[in-house]
Design a protein around this ligand. Structure first.
Ligand code: PCA
Length: 219
């Protein structure tokens, strides 16, 4: 007998381990929130290692054949939840990754295109989060560290395998530590969790295209 499909089957959400000077990574709790609130979604915490993380996201895609990949990363210093528009084919690491690797100006995929547009409904996500009172904006750069590499690897894998999947990336700010003021911009963890859950749910309801709204940037 065919098993009933759970509502969020086919959604893959990845988080990252802590890295660099960060003792925690708020994406882990956000992925746990997705696991709780989106039945059927697959979640996994990736190592902050260029090679291992890119390999693992490809394996997860092969294994689960998702229709949507939402990768999450910490962007300390940002003040808003920021879906990423694009991933570029370069690894230029300002600090070593958690395995000690520090590639400088190397491609994520040798011979791959310079960039991939990410295909989540990013503007619809930004609009929905703003409507919920959560600070959000569209980002035009995912940086050149492990997050960008994973976003690129997933998009490239989707294209080269012909998989019918939307791939995207959402950077989140540091989470506010209760009672502490570190001076780093931060958003409360429960809002980060709510934002990521909303992004996952919304992406499932907007299956094609995106909103056409003027939230681009002049610089
Ligand atoms: N943020 C880093 C890597 C892991 C993470 O959470 C980045 O933005 O590249």
């Amino acid at each position: 007998m065919a098993r009933d499909q759970l509502p969020y089957e086919g959604v893959l959400v990845t988080a990252f381990e802590p890295f660099g000077e960060h003792e925690t990574n708020p994406t882990i709790a956000a992925a746990e929130a997705v696991a709780r609130e989106c039945p059927g979604a697959v979640t996994e915490v990736l190592p902050v290692e260029f090679d291992a993380a890119c390999t693992r996201v490809r394996e997860l895609m092969d294994e689960h054949q998702p229709h949507m990949v939402i990768s999450l990363g910490l962007a300390a210093g940002r003040t808003e939840i920021t879906p990423e528009r694009v991933a570029i084919n370069v690894m230029d690491a300002p600090i070593p990754d958690n395995s000690g690797a520090q590639p400088i100006d190397e491609p994520v995929v040798a011979g791959g295109p310079a960039a991939h547009f990410l295909t989540l409904p990013n503007k619809a996500i930004v609009q929905a989060l703003r409507d919920e009172g959560i600070p959000a904006s569209l980002s035009n750069t995912a940086g050149t560290y492990v997050c960008n590499a994973v976003a690129y690897a997933a998009a490239e894998h989707a294209q080269t395998t012909g998989m019918d999947v939307r791939t995207g990336f959402v950077h989140v700010p540091s989470a506010t530590e209760p009672g502490s003021d570190t001076g780093t911009p931060s958003v409360e963890q429960h809002l980060i969790d709510a934002a990521v859950v909303s992004a996952a749910k919304l992406s499932c309801s907007v299956r094609d295209g995106d909103l056409r709204t003027d939230i681009g940037a002049t610089s």
